[in-house]
Design a protein around this ligand. Structure first.
Ligand SMILES: [Zn+2]
Length: 348
């Protein structure tokens, strides 16, 4: 079968290869790939800056934002041929640490977790893949191809849960939310903010195109300015750019008692000295900066509930480009109007 593979640590090594059928050891459920979303992590892996191949192999099958159709449930209860499923990305570490031991592998303490398509486990960019039944998330058929948005939605489901958890430290009635960055993570974070009945604002650089329009359709407010130029102080900021100066502005702009949740750190800007710079404000205004990465099964469940409650016509606009597996290089090359680009293997 065909698979998009990469030699981690080697820039430009990605290729569409003939590989053996997925090993039975990868799980009893056999799945036909439908689509795999592309994100910044995939680009970093292809650029040789991140990623680890499975032990005994020098290449890694890329892709962690999956959507597939069950070919053979392999005896798994609750799954039948034709069901749409998405594969959970992270697996608990083998020790396991206390968090992995209770199913909170997203909070792994020893870093020995593994991840499909990223860290020591093959990903989902192959014509067929296998998965353990307990890591297969069934998605509602009505979502169709949009099921590919489940993985990025888990990231924001966890981020919102973290914000809510931190908020419980004191009396707190948040009203105004700022999301920085109108990419797929930012737009999905804004969606979940609206689903919580909050006043949602989204900030990005562009002034025209799909991003401002998608924010408006959501009933949220779009801004093309800096966080400190909004004219109000958000109670919650979900930071989705990973860019140093944007993070710095966010920390300085959040309201007293407010929470800034960082969902990623990219290479777009330096964050050095940011915390020291913000420390006085953090203490005197009871602010919290909380980092959030990955998701556990509870977040996967919550994310699928959120997607089902969303307006399908709105969600459909997030997938701005679909490329064939042989055109994977085009999928990985960012274009100006991209929101979510997917490699499509088959129809749902
Ligand atoms: Zn662990």
């Amino acid at each position: 079968m065909k698979a998009i593979t990469v030699q981690p640590g080697h820039a430009g090594s990605a290729s569409l290869d003939d590989v053996p059928e997925p090993a039975l050891g990868e799980g009893s459920v056999l799945v036909e790939a439908i689509a795999v979303g592309v994100c910044g992590t995939d680009v970093e892996i292809v650029d040789g800056k991140y990623g680890w191949s499975p032990p005994g192999s020098d290449r890694l099958v890329l892709g962690h934002e999956s959507l597939g159709k069950v070919v053979d449930p392999g005896g798994a209860t609750g799954l039948k041929p034709g069901d749409l499923i998405v594969g959970i990305v992270r697996r608990p570490d083998p020790v396991p640490c206390p968090n992995c031991a209770v199913g909170e592998w997203d909070m792994c303490r020893n870093g020995q977790y593994t991840e499909r398509g990223i860290k020591e486990l093959h990903g989902f960019m192959s014509e067929r893949w296998r998965i353990e039944p307990e890591y297969a998330m069934k998605v509602d058929r009505s979502l169709g191809l949009l099921g590919v948005l489940l993985e990025p939605t888990t990231v924001v489901a966890k981020a919102w849960e973290q914000v809510t958890a931190v908020g419980q430290r004191a009396f707190w009635e948040p009203r105004h939310v700022l999301v920085t960055g109108a990419g797929p993570i930012g737009l999905l974070a804004a969606l979940l903010g609206k689903q919580r009945g909050l006043d949602v604002h989204v900030l990005d650089r562009v002034t025209t195109g799909a991003k401002p329009e998608l924010v408006r359709q959501l009933g949220a407010t779009y801004h093309a300015c800096r966080a400190n130029e909004l004219g109000f102080q958000p109670d919650i900021i979900i930071e989705c750019t990973g860019v140093g100066p944007v993070i710095s502005d966010a920390v300085k702009s959040v309201a007293a008692g407010g929470i800034v949740c960082l969902t990623g750190v990219g290479t777009g800007g330096r964050t050095t000295g940011m915390v020291a710079d913000a420390a006085a404000s953090l203490v005197l205004r009871n602010n919290v900066i909380v980092g959030s990465v990955n998701a556990n099964k509870r977040h996967w469940y919550k994310a699928s509930e959120s997607l089902l409650r969303a307006d399908m016509a709105w969600l459909a606009q997030l997938v701005t480009r679909r490329e064939r597996p042989e055109d994977f290089r085009r999928a990985l090359a960012r274009q100006a109007d991209d929101i979510k680009v997917v490699v499509q293997f088959a129809n749902p």
